[in-house]
Design a protein around this ligand. Structure first.
Ligand SMILES: [Zn+2]
Length: 108
């Protein structure tokens, strides 16, 4: 492999990493806190509420109110909700590894 080729792959890898890092448009609400729609307490945004914000939800619930809501849900709905959450992140992690392996092969 010539130096030119190595440089070409390095640039490619750099662009790929840049794209991966920026792909899931990690938009965040301007405000660092929100007023809970249930107990009206001001709470700092968490990953969960930011996720809700990205889905254009207008109502946010603090941690304890959310826990109460989860408790009030029938068991079936709850497990479906939790399964969907965990499988989503697991899938993304798998994709990242899948892309990262060939890239690291080019670099090293
Ligand atoms: Zn609350």
């Amino acid at each position: 492999m010539s130096n030119e080729e190595v440089l070409k792959y390095a640039v490619f890898a750099f662009i790929a990493i840049f794209l991966i890092a920026n792909l899931p448009a990690k938009k965040k609400p301007k405000e660092k806190t929100f007023v809970c729609a249930r107990c009206k307490n001001e709470s700092p945004h968490t990953e969960r509420t930011i996720e809700a914000w990205r889905r254009k939800k207008s109502k946010f619930y603090c941690k304890s109110c959310h826990a109460k809501w989860v408790e009030s849900q029938p068991r079936q709905t709850r497990s479906a909700y939790e399964t969907r959450r965990s499988s989503g992140s697991g899938c993304l992690g798998f994709i990242v590894i899948f892309i990262a392996i060939p890239i690291s092969y080019f670099i090293f």
